[in-house]
Design a protein around this ligand. Structure first.
Ligand code: ZN
Ligand code: ZN
Ligand code: ZN
Length: 167
């Protein structure tokens, strides 16, 4: 079992998080773009896309020099993108499956042994019943000595007769 126990491991990856800042910055709002295009942008805080044509990040054009996205995907945010270490529990599915299978088989095996023991116990109980019944019969026979004696006489007779024929 031990070889399957280490299927859990911690993996450390880096994820982008937004860290709050006291001043506003021009960031790109394009999905999967984590560019801090103009940190501490000197333009007044704006939510109007046209404002960003004036942002230094565009360099006078319509495309951002930092991230190559259009000016109209840019916004002012009081935050900056930062990479942060992120620890995560990683479960090795394959090893976990093996572990669970091995555990299940062990349980099945134990159940089988219990079943076998129970079955043989039942068998023994049945046999005990038969032996008890036989004992009762024997007791009954003892209670009738005449019958037994008569049977013995018969046997003796048989043996004697057989002996004579063989001679
Ligand atoms: Zn961008
Ligand atoms: Zn700017
Ligand atoms: Zn940009």
């Amino acid at each position: 079992m031990k070889q399957y126990k280490n299927f859990r491991s911690v993996i450390t990856s880096q994820i982008w998080v937004q860290e709050t800042t006291s001043r506003h910055n021009t960031l790109c709002s394009q999905p999967d773009c984590y560019s801090n295009c103009h940190v501490q942008c000197n333009l007044g805080f704006s939510l109007n896309a046209a404002t960003f044509l004036q942002c230094a990040a565009m360099g006078g054009g319509t495309k951002c020099l930092q991230c190559n996205h259009s000016y109209d995907t840019h916004r002012h945010y009081n935050s900056l993108w930062k990479l942060k270490d992120h620890s995560q529990d990683k479960v090795d599915r394959d090893a976990e499956a093996k572990y669970k299978k091995a555990k299940r088989e062990k349980n099945n095996h134990e159940t089988t042994i219990v079943d076998l023991v129970e079955k043989s116990l039942d068998n023994m109980k049945e046999k005990l019943k038969v032996v008890k019944a036989a004992n009762e019969k024997v007791k009954g026979s003892i209670g009738m000595p005449k019958v037994v004696e008569a049977a013995n006489e018969k046997t003796k007779g048989n043996v004697y007769q057989k002996h004579i024929i063989e001679d």
